[in-house]
Design a protein around this ligand. Structure first.
Ligand code: GUN
Length: 297
């Protein structure tokens, strides 16, 4: 079998178009554009690139982008005061604090200070709780994007065996919750799981989010599995090259020989994250303005 390549880049582009059109309609109805505030503390180069891309994508989707870049030595009080200001600003529908934060700042207490109804990252404990009891709230962007790709590909997930490899608060745990809500039979596997290959081999759906390049090979997969690779790992540079290749947690080429469908890295899950962030922001704008959130976004 040669697996179908799940084109996250194309799916994300279509989602961004729908979000952009919805943002225009919102602006007509509400008399203002949806707004996303992104806060970056420090000068981590990767975070700077992410924040720049989020800002551009926000503007391209017909929304306002408010960027706040703060120095590395920003104290907790100053950061909390900015978040308080954004919580109370009616032009701001979504607030994202780029992670990781510098070591002297406590991520949990910073996230806890964001108004849960503006928490478009879905990281606030209230939104994690809403997801776990099946109430509507904001769902973290990466797992929601994975879920969109899975349902687009497979339709009904009822009764399928899903194995999520990785148990982070940002990907693994919310991913498992979403799969459970969709009536899959869900296992969360992790670094202490005994005989990980044989656990993964049970899966009709594999979601890999461990951050270990090419960990999952062909021998780990069930024939016909659908594989979602969340890993983004940079290999050491080849001789003469400045940067190493980006690869996933799954060995794509060999996995393609046995899987039915698989996301590539890059061009799979990665582009979905920003598209879902924009989607969450336009949904937040509707809720904050007391309008019905659009269906089918
Ligand atoms: N850092 C890496 N990914 C993310 C994300 O999705 N949201 C935030 N806030 N920070 C990140």
């Amino acid at each position: 079998m040669t697996a179908t390549r799940i084109d996250g880049k194309a799916f994300a582009a279509k989602l961004r178009e729908r979000v952009g059109a919805t943002a225009l309609t919102f602006a007509q109805d509400a008399g203002r554009k949806p707004g996303l505030a992104v806060v970056l503390v420090g000068d981590d180069p990767a975070s700077q690139v992410y924040v720049g891309s989020k800002g551009k994508a926000t503007l391209a989707a017909n929304m306002n982008s408010f960027e706040h870049r703060l120095p590395d030595d920003t104290g907790e009080e100053a950061l909390l005061s900015l978040i308080d200001q954004l919580n109370n600003d009616d032009a701001v529908d979504g607030i994202l604090v780029q992670l990781p934060l510098p070591d002297h700042l406590d991520e949990q207490s910073i996230i806890a200070s964001i108004n849960p109804d503006k928490d478009v990252d879905g990281f606030h404990i209230i939104n994690a709780g809403r997801l776990s009891v099946g109430q509507s709230g904001f769902v973290p962007c990466t797992p929601l994007g994975c879920m969109m790709l899975l349902t687009d590909r497979l339709g009904d997930l009822s009764g399928l065996e899903a194995v999520v490899v990785g148990r982070s608060n940002i990907v693994g745990k919310p991913m498992a919750q979403l799969l459970l809500d969709a009536n899959a039979t869900v296992t969360i596997a992790h670094s202490r799981t005994k005989d990980l290959p044989s656990v993964v081999k049970r899966a009709d759906i594999v979601v890999a989010a461990v951050g270990r390049p090419h960990m999952i090979g062909k021998d780990w997969l069930k024939d016909g599995a659908t594989v979602i690779d969340v890993g983004i790992n940079r290999l050491p540079p080849e001789p003469g090259k400045e940067k190493g290749k980006l690869v996933g947690d799954v060995a794509y080429d060999e996995a393609s020989e046995i899987a039915a469908a698989i996301t590539p890295v890059p061009g799979g899950v990665g582009p979905m994250t920003i598209a879902v962030l924009l989607r969450n922001t336009v949904v937040a704008a509707h809720r904050n303005a007391g309008l019905d959130a659009p269906k089918g976004l």
